[in-house]
Write a protein that binds this ligand. Structure first.
Ligand SMILES: O=C(CO)[C@H](O)[C@H](O)COP(=O)(O)O
Length: 230
C-alpha cells in the first residue's frame, strides 16, 4: 500500500462526502476510495447529518452499516440525489471511466445511472489519455456458456482475456452470482463503438466502460484536488 496514494484517495473522498446534504439519498460506491467516503459520511452522521444510502455492493453495505449509515433500496427510492464512487481509469476530456476492478460494476452502473449527480473520486494515478491503457476492461458475464461469451469478446478485439479469480484461487463470483472476464483491449480509440459491440453479446450482463456518466471528477494529487467536469 502506497501511503501517499492513500492520503490522496482519502482527501478526494472526504471532499466528496462533504458535498452530501441533509435529506439526500446517496449512492455508496465500492473500493478503497469509496470506503474513505463512507467513513467520512459516518462521521458526519454522528454530527447530525441525515441521509439514506444505496450501496453498490455487499461489501459497501457492510461498511455503511458499520459507519451508521441508514440504507434504503430502489423499491423505496427510484432516484438518487448523488452517487459517489471511485474508478480504475478516468479519460481526460470526456471523463469516461473504467470501473469494476473491485467486481461491483453492475450495481455501480445502475446506481450511477439513477443518480442526478455522479461524482467520481480518484488519486493522480487514475487519469489516462485512452481507456484500457493501463487496466483490463472487466466484463460481467453469466456463468452458463462463458467460454463462448469469451470467444465473442475476443472477436471484439480483446488481445487477452482472463476469468477473474478470488484470493483462494477459485473463480470469482460477483454479488449477482456471475463471473467477471478481465479483457485486455490495450488503449481504446473508440470506446463508444467498443461498448456497443460488447453490449450486443448474449451472455454479457454489463461491462466496466462508464461512458458519459460522470458529472464531476475529483482528482487528488500532491498539488491538491482538481475538480474536472466534462
Ligand atoms: O470500480 C470499482 C469497484 O468495482 C472501484 O471504484 C475501482 O476499482 C477503484 O477502486 P479503488 O478506489 O480501490 O482504487
Amino acid at each position: 500500500m502506497d501511503i501517499v496514494v492513500e492520503v490522496h484517495k482519502k482527501t478526494a473522498a472526504r471532499l466528496a462526502a462533504d458535498m452530501v446534504q441533509n435529506g439526500m439519498v446517496v449512492g455508496l460506491g465500492t473500493g478503497s476510495t469509496a470506503t474513505y467516503m463512507i467513513e467520512r459520511l459516518g462521521e458526519r452522521i454522528a454530527e447530525g447529518l441525515e441521509v439514506l444510502g444505496i450501496p453498490t455492493s455487499e461489501d459497501s453495505a457492510r461498511k455503511a452499516r458499520q459507519a451508521g449509515i441508514q440504507l434504503t433500496t430502489f423499491a423505496a427510492h427510484r432516484h438518487l440525489d448523488l452517487a459517489i464512487d471511485g474508478a480504475d481509469e478516468v479519460q481526460r476530456g470526456p471523463l469516461n471511466l473504467v470501473k469494476g476492478l473491485g467486481g461491483a460494476l453492475v450495481r455501480e452502473k445502475i446506481v450511477a445511472q439513477a443518480a442526478r449527480k455522479f461524482v467520481v473520486i480518484v488519486d493522480g494515478n487514475k487519469p489516462v489519455d485512452h481507456l484500457g491503457q493501463r487496466t483490463a476492461i472487466p466484463v460481467e458475464v453469466i456463468p452458463f456458456g462463458w467460454e463462448s461469451t469469451a470467444d465473442q469478446l475476443s472477436q471484439c478485439g480483446a488481445k487477452s482475456l482472463h476469468p477473474r479469480m478470488d484470493r483462494a484461487g477459485h473463480l470469482f463470483v460477483s454479488d449477482n452470482g456471475n463471473m467477471i472476464l478481465d479483457c485486455n483491449f490495450g488503449p481504446i480509440e473508440k470506446p463508444d463503438f467498443l461498448a456497443s459491440q460488447i453490449d450486443s453479446i448474449v451472455g454479457v450482463v454489463e461491462h466496466g466502460l462508464f461512458l458519459n456518466m460522470a458529472s464531476e471528477v475529483l482528482v487528488a494529487t500532491e498539488q491538491g484536488v482538481e475538480r474536472w467536469e466534462p
